[in-house]
Design a protein around this ligand. Structure first.
Ligand code: NAI
Length: 339
């Protein structure tokens, strides 16, 4: 039986990186039947629905998705597709491993960065509860609940234990948002009590941002509410070479959607310049989730070997290869590995 996976190419550079990732996954020899679910700005505007039924239908059938970015209009227009998808499927944990890749020039060449970011994915300021009280006065509600905070904390500590990680740091602003972030922090502390084998620390988000830039190698597992998690994960991506190389997963109890951290990059869309590494490494996470460990490590090793060689990397990481040239090099590296 093949694995059935929903493929959402998205828009902007989405179709380019999705095509590349599928090519690389298929080259590993894993048996996947891809179910295409188109989702982009035009479909959303024409259907009048942020999440058209065909996308939800497909994900409810397969329970596993590989997703490219989808453009969200800024300051107006429709709601974010990603936020809607995470809420609809209760994808409560956003997981972003941030690791040094061999051969990529960064500001931190003498240190090895290896952290995993756990961001709560369903509430906080992303609840979309905004209200114009009177003209030019707007409120935006930050919602933090015990249920969601405990769930993400349990997930992060559980991952830490399972993957032999040593330290979890909860990141917050409870000195100012004493009730909201205070509740998040209390839940983290309570969960930490049940994981005595894992070291637990807390950092205020502004200090955490500075520490990440000054001593990134000291971070292991980061545990954050939604908004700080969103911002800090892009900061962390910058430490290892940028948005083009950092993968991500949105995990729920029943569904999982794997997607890169980056957006639809309209500035380079259609130019053959997009780096598909982030989505390829998201596919590695997907293969692991599907129990295809051998295929996952084949793809991971192939990507790393192309970077270590350094001849076929894209311009965002200092090379001059096109999306297709990079993808061909990865496919060749996969085929060159013993099966
Ligand atoms: P962006 O991530 O699309 O681009 C930021 C910068 O990074 C740009 O200079 C872009 O060229 C570069 N970049 C991003 N991904 C790259 C890749 N794979 N290879 C090479 N360079 C890459 O962020 P931006 O411009 O803020 O957002 C554009 C649109 O994407 C917005 O509508 C936003 O809402 C949406 N977005 C969607 C996401 C999703 O669907 N998961 C996540 C983040 C943003």
């Amino acid at each position: 039986m093949p694995h059935f996976c929903t493929l959402i190419p998205g828009d902007g550079i989405g179709p380019e990186v999705a095509h590349a990732a599928v090519k690389a996954v298929n080259a590993t020899g894993v048996d996947i039947s891809w179910k295409l679910a188109e989702l982009n700005e035009t479909i959303i505007l024409e259907s009048g629905k942020t999440l058209p039924p065909h996308v939800l239908y497909s994900l409810n059938e397969t329970r596993v998705g590989l997703k490219g970015p989808v453009t969200t209009p800024v300051a107006g227009g429709f709601q974010s597709v990603n936020v809607a998808l995470r809420k609809a499927l209760d994808l409560f944990a956003n997981v972003r491993p941030v690791r040094t890749l061999p051969g990529i020039k960064t500001r931190f060449e003498d240190v090895r960065i290896d952290m995993v970011i756990f961001r709560e994915n369903t509430e906080d300021l992303y609840s979309g509860l905004e209200h114009e009280v009177v003209q030019d006065v707007v409120t935006s509600l930050k919602v933090i609940t015990r249920a969601a905070s405990e769930r993400i904390a349990n997930y992060a500590f559980g991952y830490a234990r399972k993957n032999h990680r040593k330290k979890v740091v909860a990141i917050h602003k409870a000195n100012i948002m004493k009730l909201a972030d205070g509740l998040f922090l209390r839940c983290c502390r309570e969960v930490a009590e049940r994981f005595k084998d894992i070291e637990y620390k807390e950092l205020i988000v502004d200090n955490a941002s500075m520490q990440l830039v000054m001593r990134p190698e000291t971070f292991d597992i980061l545990l954050l509410p939604n908004l700080y998690g969103d911002i800090v994960s892009d900061l962390a991506a910058g430490l290892v070479g940028g948005l083009g190389i950092v993968p991500g997963a949105n995990m729920g109890a029943t569904h999982a959607v794997f997607e890169a951290v980056h957006g639809s990059a309209p500035d380079i869309a259609g130019k053959g310049k997009a780096n598909p590494t982030a989505l390829m490494l998201s596919a590695v996470m997907m293969l692991t989730h599907l129990g295809e460990a051998a295929a996952a490590s084949k793809l991971q090793n192939a990507v790393e070997s192309v970077y270590a060689e350094g001849k076929n990397v894209t311009s965002d990481v200092g090379g001059s290869a096109s999306t297709d040239e990079f993808t061909e090099a990865v496919v060749k590296a996969i085929k060159g590995q013993p099966s």
